[in-house]
Write a protein that binds this ligand. Structure first.
Ligand code: ADP
Ligand code: MG
Length: 258
């Protein structure tokens, strides 16, 4: 049966994470004539949890994708630990800034273990036995001990998302980006993933989390970013953003979702 509490992890890798920081300065990004990011300034401190909220189409996913160059920016700068990400090989950047997606993006023809091993052998150039060792330890760390032989189709949505998180963590990233990672899950599986993410945050992982889970954002975030129409409209600690919104746009957004 599915282990749905992060607290039940076997904790094989229950390490404290070493984080990284991101500095986003006046970032612009257009798709054709449409400017989707319209001057983003944001600091992601090492070891912090940043939750990004905002209406559909406001640019949240695009911002996340810009941070690891799945989307290329047109102007401005993004620095990882002080190094402009434009100067880095995208593959290397993505090893340091991992990402977890709404629809898991696992390879269906690979087992859970193989999904995790792939990047370790191809990008980190680890030999197979070392990659396998890390993959199994990482699976145990997300509550999937003994599930390495399973293919995604034989796992629940929650378990598939755990594999995707394990895959990101196996690269020992300095930052992990989460894009609505619970939105495709059955309701009863959401809490387990949120608990796992909360645990990662408590262990010092630097995280940027796009989410509709306002309870999670309020409880876990160090800062909450409200985006609308390609801009950061409000940013602050959760109590300020949720209890004392300054703009009508945020007040309206909160009234609609809470
Ligand atoms: P959110 O994640 O907040 O819902 P997105 O970042 O996905 O917003 O999208 C912001 C805007 O950019 C939307 O209008 C969307 O249609 C557009 N967009 C996103 N990705 C692409 C793309 N690859 N090509 C063209 N337009 C895109
Ligand atoms: Mg999105």
């Amino acid at each position: 049966e599915e282990v749905e509490s992060g607290k039940q992890r076997t904790g094989a890798l229950s390490r404290q994470f070493e984080g990284g920081s991101l500095a986003v300065r006046d970032v612009h990004l257009s798709y054709g004539p449409v400017e989707v990011l319209r001057g983003i300034d944001l600091d992601i401190p090492e070891g912090s949890v940043t939750c990004v909220i905002g209406p559909s189409g406001s640019g949240k996913s695009t911002l996340l994708r810009a941070l690891n160059r799945l989307a290329e920016i047109d102007a401005g700068t993004i620095a990882l630990d002080g190094t402009n990400v434009q100067t880095m090989k995208p593959e290397r950047l993505r090893a340091r800034v991992g990402m977890v997606f709404q629809h898991f993006n696992l390879f269906p023809d690979h087992t859970a273990r193989q999904n995790i091993m792939l990047a370790l052998t191809r990008i980190k150039k680890l030999n197979r036995s070392k990659a396998r060792e890390i993959a199994d330890a990482q699976l145990a760390d997300v509550g999937l001990l003994g599930r390495g032989e399973q293919r995604p189709a034989n796992l629940s949505g929650g378990q598939q998302q755990r594999v995707a998180i394990a895959r990101a963590l196996a690269m020992e990233p300095e930052v992990v980006l989460f894009d609505e990672v619970t939105s495709a899950l059955d309701p009863e599986l959401v809490k387990g993933i949120l608990t796992l993410m909360e645990d990662l945050g408590e262990r010092g992982m630097t995280m940027v989390v796009v989410t509709h889970e306002m309870g999670f954002a309020r409880r876990v975030a160090d800062q909450v970013v409200f985006m609308d129409e390609g801009r950061i409209v409000e940013i602050g600690d959760p109590d300020t953003v949720f209890d004392a919104p300054k703009t009508d746009r945020l007040k309206r957004f909160l009234a609609e979702i809470l």
